[in-house]
Write a protein that binds this ligand. Structure first.
Ligand SMILES: *Cc1c(COP(=O)(O)O)cnc(C)c1O
Length: 301
């Protein structure tokens, strides 16, 4: 289980362009906590799983797409805890199941495929009936842990970074649950930065209000236009950046989230967005299993 003193590896990224600007850049290696229950997902699950155990529920139900890091993290974590899991999958069952869903099944997750028209990020009657055929003693986790409980879990990440005294903390944004967690426990002198990986994401404020239960929060800095064509899309420029980054710093990134966020921060540093003396913490939120959906030999790692 996680707590406020989890051992998180921090890698300092050293390069001339950082020295010149007197900037300290830290990669927070949440990806190394566990090979499957990677990065931010473990934290977002924390209070949901806590509930399942306290309420004596033997099954955890959650939802996601065929490449969801959240699904596979939930499947693996519940198996470790001897809980059953059910995944509600967006879309009809494909002929060739994704590597992610295969892994979910290997961890014992029962998969229910729901046509896109019936799929919402909350449970509806159609879906509930399907779940009840498998279990009636479950807790439900919304897609991506998008809930105040998910944000509360993600805030534990921030508690574990305070010793580094970062001036800026950066994360990729999917549902914005991790972003909300960082905002929740950042100090007033710390800036939280988010990089959306979805094209044209315009509802971040509404999301944060929902997740934090109020619209009284310190607004984050959002770096837009680093989605590289949209969710799970990529360009050669992104892939080249990830390969160079691995070559220089020996840190693998994923192409859906962390590759885009690290790219954005490098770009903003080079354009002198950050003041001299900044200590910037970049959350490596994991997600490396997602790289399996790229063609072979795209990445050098
Ligand atoms: C899910 C995920 C995110 C996005 O987190 P949200 O809390 O949904 O915004 C970021 N990075 C990685 C690697 C992820 O798998």
């Amino acid at each position: 289980m996680i707590d406020n003193n989890i051992d998180i590896k921090i890698d300092e990224i050293k390069a001339a362009f950082l020295n010149e600007r007197d900037i300290k850049l830290l990669a927070v290696r949440l990806d190394l906590i566990h090979p499957v229950i990677s990065g931010n997902k473990l934290f977002k699950l924390y209070y949901f799983i806590d509930d399942a155990i306290k309420l004596n529920k033997n099954t955890v139900v959650t939802m996601g797409g065929a490449y969801s890091n959240h699904l596979v993290a939930t499947a693996c974590y519940t198996k470790q805890l001897n809980l059953n899991s059910i995944g509600i999958i967006r879309g009809e069952e494909p002929k060739n199941t994704s590597a992610t869903l295969k892994q979910c099944s290997e961890f014992g997750m029962k998969l229910i495929f729901v046509p896109r028209i019936d799929y919402q990020i909350e449970l509806n009657e159609v879906i509930i009936q399907k779940i009840n055929k498998i279990s009636t003693n479950y807790i439900f986790i919304p897609e991506g842990g998008y809930d105040s409980k998910g944000a509360a879990g993600a805030s534990i990440i921030m508690n574990n970074l305070q010793a580094l005294n970062p001036s800026h903390i950066c994360t990729a944004i999917g549902t914005a649950t991790t972003l909300a967690g960082l905002i929740k426990s950042a100090s007033p002198n710390q800036k939280v930065i988010g990089v959306p990986v979805i094209k044209g994401m315009t509802d971040i404020d509404e999301r944060l209000t929902y997740l934090l239960g109020s619209n009284h929060y310190e607004p984050p800095i959002i770096f837009n236009h680093f989605d590289f064509g949209g969710y799970a899309r990529h360009t050669n420029e992104l892939i080249n950046f990830m390969n160079d980054f691995y070559g220089n710093f020996n840190i693998p990134l994923d192409f859906v989230y962390t590759g885009k966020m690290f790219y954005a921060i490098f770009d903003k540093i080079k354009n002198n967005f950050f003041p001299k003396g900044s200590t910037i913490a970049l959350l490596h939120t994991g997600g490396l299993q997602g790289n399996q959906s790229l063609p072979m030999n795209t990445l050098i790692f």
